[in-house]
Write a protein that binds this ligand. Structure first.
Ligand SMILES: *[C@@H]1O[C@H](CO)[C@@H](O)[C@H](O)[C@H]1NC(C)=O
Ligand SMILES: *[C@@H]1O[C@H](CO)[C@@H](O)[C@H](O)[C@H]1NC(C)=O
Ligand SMILES: *[C@@H]1O[C@H](CO)[C@@H](O)[C@H](O)[C@H]1NC(C)=O
Ligand SMILES: *[C@@H]1O[C@H](CO)[C@@H](O)[C@H](O)[C@H]1NC(C)=O
Length: 339
């Protein structure tokens, strides 16, 4: 009788041990923060459960590198999701920006690239991501205005919203983000002028990419304060002076002003010795080509065609199409200058 009781109680004890073990092992072996996991599973649902996210299995650890596009960092004592990066995501039907993305409070890098079925605006709640450093939303069907709350994220380093359907004006307050190094809004439908405040970007700001929009008006003189390594204003409706971007004493790789209505004398501008690419075609730019162009070691792309330029072409190795349709440019590869 007693031995049966003993056997029975040790059985219970064993059962209890197994049960407790079962309760503890999964909890301890998972790094994924439960709030982050909940947000991720909501994001999956908001994306319409795409098959590419089948690795997002609620029974596994979201931080063990098996969840596509998810990365975590160890913020002792806990892990948090810091990176969410998707490219070429095939969503079963058009969906809005998943609102639960803004419930990942430790996100540092958000990248959504080539997602044709991503539509609608970027939500104002994006500003909830107060530690975000890199935001990339490119080649999607995201529309609406650039959310004004974006400039509340003081940690941002780069903002890349290239090739979407954004409308409305450039956000003037972006210049108040203290660590910003570059913005890219190429290939949207942005309108209005370049804000005066863009002359006040922080010292490390080097990339201004605004090509293929509907921007108009003159460039504020304040932009002469910037030290840009890469400038692309091509394919807009901008006019007037753009000589403030040409400086000899800074590092500049690219200047593209092509296909606007810029009109200024290029004869006396400064040239960075690091210039790789100068594309000013299809404007109303006048004067002579600066002699210094011939001394630029890294210049591998030049196109000054379709302007009002005059005078002798400096000795360079670009073909005739790069100089064609000017007022009176002359010399090789165009016909010789008349003396
Ligand atoms: C991640 O978790 C799953 C499920 O628990 C497991 O099968 C896989 O081996 C784990 N991978 C790593 C790299 O730990
Ligand atoms: C926008 O949606 C259209 C229609 O679905 C699609 O053809 C196009 O590729 C999308 N654009 C981008 C940039 O994803
Ligand atoms: C997120 O943003 C929304 C809208 O801007 C705001 O109402 C909400 O309080 C924010 N949530 C958190 C957790 O900050
Ligand atoms: C220069 O631009 C003109 C258009 O103005 C274009 O026809 C020509 O092909 C370009 N040349 C090169 C080498 O890209």
């Amino acid at each position: 009788m007693i031995s049966t009781m003993q056997q029975f109680s040790s059985c219970i004890l064993l059962l209890l041990m197994i049960l407790t073990a079962h309760n503890f092992i999964p909890a301890n072996s998972e790094n994924c923060n439960p709030d982050d996991k909940k947000a991720l599973l909501q994001i999956k649902k908001q994306f319409g459960n795409p098959t590419q996210l089948s690795s997002w299995d609620p029974t596994t650890d979201c931080c063990n590198s098996t969840w596509l596009g998810v990365d975590c960092d160890n913020f002792t004592p806990t892990y948090r999701v810091t990176n969410l990066e998707f490219s070429d995501l095939n969503l079963p039907k058009p969906v809005h920006f998943p609102p639960s993305i803004t419930n990942l409070p430790s996100l540092v890098d958000l990248s959504l690239t080539r997602i044709p079925n991503l539509v609608g605006p970027i939500p104002l709640s994006i500003a909830n991501l107060t530690t975000l450093r890199y935001i990339t939303i490119t080649q999607t069907n995201i529309s609406g205005e650039i959310p004004y709350t974006l400039s509340q994220i003081k940690t941002l380093v780069t903002i890349e919203f290239n090739y979407n359907k954004l409308i409305g004006p450039l956000l003037a307050s972006l210049s108040t983000i203290p660590s910003l190094v570059g913005i890219g809004f190429n290939g949207n439908q942005l309108t209005g002028t370049i804000p005066e405040s863009y002359g006040s970007f922080p010292p490390l700001f080097t990339g201004l990419l605004l090509s293929r929009n509907r921007l108009s008006g003159k460039i504020p003189a304040s932009l002469g304060k910037l030290n840009l390594a890469d400038l692309d204003l091509s394919r807009n409706m901008l006019e007037g002076d753009a000589s403030m971007f040409f400086k000899s004493n800074i590092l500049t790789y690219t200047i593209s002003l092509a296909m606007n209505s810029f009109a200024f004398d290029i004869g006396k501008v400064g040239l960075s010795k690091d210039l790789n690419k100068l594309d000013i075609r299809n404007n109303k730019i006048y004067g002579r080509l600066p002699e210094g162009l011939a001394n630029l070691r890294y210049l591998h792309k030049l196109n000054v065609s379709n302007n009002n330029l005059c005078g002798q072409i400096p000795s360079l190795r670009f073909d005739e199409s790069c100089y064609a349709h000017n007022k009176c440019l002359c010399g090789s590869p165009l016909p010789a200058c008349k003396t």
